[in-house]
Design a protein around this ligand. Structure first.
Ligand SMILES: [Zn+2]
Length: 570
């Protein structure tokens, strides 16, 4: 096209550009505003999974989105640390972790020398007595690091889409977020919405003093009815005959986690309500999502969601796919059954919304906070050489000892390692009178030679922009926040990761910048959005600015993505 040199060409281009802009803005602005924007996040739903199981789905769940909506088939997170809080906050804010500040589930607070859990805030205790993390039974090692049961979004440095909706609509929109995980709800509710999450200890949905002084009556009522108790003495059974499953002949696998009483094969018993792990087991199965749905339906009715012209916002983050994926692997009979059960949960939710609000008045967007790797044991069965990373071996590496000798450091050089960041003992480095940047570079250089390490990037190099221009390095940079990031960012080789959850060996751990961890679905449906499959590469930071344009409010303060134009074009 650049070869055309007629005088008419510039006129033609500008007319075409004008027409394009006109049709774009007309579609965006004249469309009736949604009564409800429903943002669904499926924790650990890798981009290929809905397609892999499409033929097994029933009507009205995933198929409602996949058959009627605009589906992005090449969507990725652009940051390196593909963990829950990082991905959720990116979906909520349209910002990179470098900007929104949630650079990991955990980071080291340099002033106190303690590891911080992302949404912990001791100023705002949970409203329910004794509903915090039970350190004896909690299998999520990041949750166990919290020192109080207080929770708030205070550490999120920018606004979310839900915040902008509240600001733009004079505070009249109703904004709620629900998830089994505290961080899956608090991130999405933003600074101005209300968040509810599941206490594994009391098996109730709870909130903190940040959100309420006392619970609304319907919350107390839902909890008092003890809905979780219906799973007592029941097992998680297969939904269908084994023969219809892709992994039907692969139930018992040695790399699956064998939790006491729950086991590696179907049926998986939940046990008695007074069982030590009862609350935990509910979350490691479709039950967690079913309880989330039940609570959400009660919320929709009691809070009059979507009942007037003012757009409301509801975020539902379904956590079971993540927990089941960690314990059994994303390619397991358990994960396959879980996704079919999630499909039923979604169908149930969409039916309920259709009856109470109308699907035609509801805009739904579904995505995921991250994907997942395959279990090395599964890959090994298929002939790959694959193994976990064993961090103990790092500590014994002679290279680090040599470095300490070279720098004249007698004490520990490394303060702590919490994936993906290595924190150097800055006080020791200062005491010896060494240059921090020089030590960072030297340690990064040594560590990048370790077996299983693909990349070790020093924070000084990131701060100075002194890194190669590659997507891998850029993803690490997009994760870099000078106040919170550690001294060195570690990227393990593809398919290598640490699977040690403080002594419990799980099948898989996500958190890498490799495609299997960044690749997620993005699906928009409802409000006249047409059915399209888009293969153009897009990013998760594009979702929040798209929602802002649909709702007619400004994009979140730190957002860097661009609205997905295919959602607006007929
Ligand atoms: Zn996870």
């Amino acid at each position: 096209m650049t070869k055309i040199k007629t005088n008419k060409y510039p006129v033609y281009i500008s007319l075409a550009a004008l027409l394009c802009c006109l049709s774009f803005s007309t579609a965006a602005q004249s469309r009736e505003k949604p009564r409800l924007i429903l943002q669904i996040t499926v924790d650990q739903l890798r981009g290929d999974i809905p397609n892999r199981h499409y033929h097994q789905f029933g009507e009205g769940g995933f198929r409602y989105l996949m058959d009627s909506g605009t589906i992005f088939l090449s969507a990725n997170h652009g940051h390196a640390n593909t963990e829950t809080i990082v991905g959720h906050t990116t979906l909520a804010t349209g910002a990179d972790p470098a900007i929104h500040g949630m650079i990991g589930n955990v980071w080291l607070d340099r002033s106190s020398g303690e590891l911080n859990y992302n949404v912990e805030d001791s100023r705002y205790p949970i409203l329910t007595q004794d509903a915090g993390v039970d350190k004896k039974t909690e299998i999520d090692p990041t949750q166990r690091l919290a020192r109080s049961d207080g929770r708030s979004p205070a550490a999120i440095l920018v606004s979310t889409f839900s915040d902008e909706l509240k600001i733009g609509l004079a505070g009249k929109s109703k904004n709620f977020a629900v998830s089994v995980k505290d961080r899956g709800a608090i991130s999405m509710a933003g600074h101005s919405g209300k968040a509810f999450w599941f206490s594994k200890k009391t098996r109730q949905f709870v909130s903190s003093k940040f959100y309420y002084d006392t619970y609304p009556e319907w919350v107390t009522g839902w909890n008092a009815a003890k809905p979780a108790a219906r799973y007592a003495d029941e097992p998680w059974q297969l939904l269908n005959d084994k023969s219809i499953y892709l992994f039907g002949d692969a139930d018992d696998r040695p790399y699956e986690t064998d939790l006491p009483g729950f086991g590696r094969i179907f049926p998986h018993p939940y046990g008695k309500t007074d069982g030590k792990l009862f609350g935990t087991l509910l979350t490691l199965s479709p039950a967690g999502d079913e309880l989330t749905l039940d609570f959400a339906k009660t919320l929709i009715t009691n809070e009059d969601i979507g009942q007037d012209e003012i757009t409301d916002y509801l975020s539902l983050s379904f956590s079971s796919t993540d927990y089941v994926g960690h314990i059994f692997g994303p390619s397991s009979l358990e994960s396959e059954d879980n996704i079919l059960r999630l499909d039923q949960t979604l169908a149930n939710l969409f039916r309920y919304i259709d009856e109470h609000i109308g699907l035609e008045k509801t805009l739904i967007v579904l995505s995921a906070d991250h994907g997942a790797p395959e279990a090395p044991g599964y890959l090994a069965e298929l002939g790959f050489e694959a193994d976990y990373i064993h961090p103990e071996s790092f500590e014994k590496e002679e290279a680090l000892q040599r470095l300490k000798a070279r720098f004249g450091i007698g004490e520990e050089l490394i303060a702590t390692f919490f994936s993906p960041y290595l924190y150097l003992a800055r006080d020791v480095i200062e005491k010896v009178g060494l240059d921090l940047a020089q030590v960072q570079d030297a340690v990064a250089m040594e560590i990048s030679r370790f077996d299983g390490v693909a990349l070790a990037v020093s924070s000084t190099a990131l701060a100075q922009g002194n890194i190669p221009d590659s997507s891998l390095y850029n993803s690490v940079k997009r994760n870099f926040n000078p106040d919170r990031s550690g001294d060195i960012y570690l990227v393990f080789s593809p398919n290598r990761f640490i699977n040690d959850f403080d002594g419990l060996n799980v099948a898989v751990t996500h958190g890498s910048p490799w495609r299997y961890d960044t690749y997620v679905p993005i699906m928009f449906a409802g409000m006249g959005i047409s059915h399209k499959k888009i293969t153009r590469p897009v990013e998760t930071v594009d979702i929040a600015p798209t929602l802002s344009l649909i709702a007619g409010v400004k994009p979140p303060s730190g957002s860097v993505g661009a609205p997905l134009m295919e959602v607006f074009n007929p």
